[in-house]
Design a protein around this ligand. Structure first.
Ligand code: GLA
Length: 381
């Protein structure tokens, strides 16, 4: 199977952790369709860790937890498919998953077969509890082969958190995406840390193997499994809409898979609109899959430009600081010297507002934890 664009969908982990159930998955499937997420491109519904019993069955197969999934996984998969969505599941290259459920180490072929029989279209494959004597590259190859052996098209989403510089070999091991970062948390410093860390690795991301920056936290507002509400002071440092705009802009501009981690059954209007913003999604799904030119990448600022398939260019400035900042980008830095007979004409990538001609530089105030994202075309002076 070949994937030409970063996959999009929803994953249970960020909000629900172990609190997953058939009912949650079916309600989420309904909402993904009713509220326009599928139409916007979010097609995978993925159940993360904690879906099985703690022990394999006597036949050696992993058993879905009957309390959480009373009708089994094929039933859930059939429901998800009946909605026009694709169905994703989770396992782990180690002996046990990160939450200590059975992992697929030495069970790759039987597990892949089980997933295929249930109708799984996507497998997230984690890296906890991995034997010290085992070889990471080899084990990802084994699962890739096991998935292929089923004869079913299953997107292989590798998740070894970037260990062993996986961007160099995950594609050849057969993965369609690779998580090259540790886990995201629902706070701005986590968003900035991931984006900064990924900026230097994006050269390896492209068709059929995309660099996965982890699931989005847009819409969580501190609640849920990776939420960061301080029980002592629940109002302290809650994520803001501005910060969610920045996260979504970065994930789109950097071409990451877009996996919603919030509860889409209860997403507010702002986040729903943000996640379904066609202009931003079209940047994420651009056919060229180019890595950005990164001009600056620190915890204070990320400044970049990205060439698009229609000859436009996306320009981005992110303010990591907690005060508004005057930020700039000289067009010379991205290949348009001041004496060139050309200028750019920009539109705001969020709103589509015409920003007119941009010559020589972009200079402007960017809100604290905010960003500017501009899509520009080149024209004669
Ligand atoms: C790891 C992964 C997370 C999630 C959890 C589940 O931490 O990186 O994305 O899948 O395991 O336990």
């Amino acid at each position: 199977m070949i994937i030409t664009k970063p996959p999009m969908g929803w994953n249970s982990w960020n909000t629900f952790g172990e609190h997953i159930s058939e009912q949650l998955i079916m309600e989420t499937a309904d909402k993904m369709v009713e509220d326009g997420y599928l139409a916007a491109g979010y097609e995978y519904l993925i159940i993360d860790d904690c879906w099985s019993l703690r022990k394999r069955g006597e036949d050696g197969r992993i058993v879905p937890d009957p309390q959480k999934f009373p009708h089994g996984m094929k039933y859930v998969a059939d429901y998800v498919h009946s909605k026009g969505l694709k169905f994703g599941m989770y396992s782990c290259a180690g002996l046990m998953t990160c939450a200590d459920y059975p992992g697929s180490y030495d069970h790759e072929f039987v597990d892949a077969q089980t997933f295929a029989e249930w109708g799984v279209d996507y497998l997230k494959y984690d890296y906890c509890n991995f034997p010290k004597t085992a070889d990471c590259q080899h084990r990802y190859r084994v699962m890739s082969m096991a998935l292929k052996a089923t004869g079913r098209d299953i997107l292989f989403a590798a998740c070894n958190w970037g260990h062993h510089e996986c961007q160099h070999w995950m594609k050849s091991a057969g993965a369609h995406t690779y998580r090259s970062t540790g886990d995201i948390f629902d706070k701005f410093s986590s968003t900035m840390w991931i984006a900064q860390d990924q900026a230097r690795k994006l050269y390896a991301s492209g068709p059929n193997c995309f660099n996965d920056m982890d699931m989005l936290t847009v819409g969580m507002y501190g609640k849920g499994n990776v939420g960061m509400v301080d029980p002592e002071d629940p109002t302290k440092a809650l994520p803001t809409d501005e910060e969610y705009k920045t996260q979504f802009a970065l994930w789109c501009a950097f071409g990451s898979p877009l996996m919603i981690g919030g509860d889409i059954r209860n997403m507010n209007a702002f986040c729903k609109e943000l996640l379904q913003n066609e202009r931003l999604i079209s940047i994420n799904q651009d056919a060229a899959c180019n890595a950005p030119i990164v001009l600056e990448s620190s915890e204070d600022a990320i400044v970049f430009a990205r060439h698009m398939s229609d000859n436009s260019v996306v320009l981005g400035m992110v303010n990591g600081g907690s005060e508004p900042a005057r930020m700039y980008m000289f067009l010379d830095e991205i290949g348009l010297p001041a004496d060139a007979p050309y200028v750019l004409r920009g539109t705001d990538a969020f709103t589509g507002e015409d920003l007119g001609v941009i010559s020589d530089y972009i200079l402007g105030e960017v809100p604290a934890h905010g960003c500017r994202l501009i899509r520009a075309t080149i024209e004669k002076k």
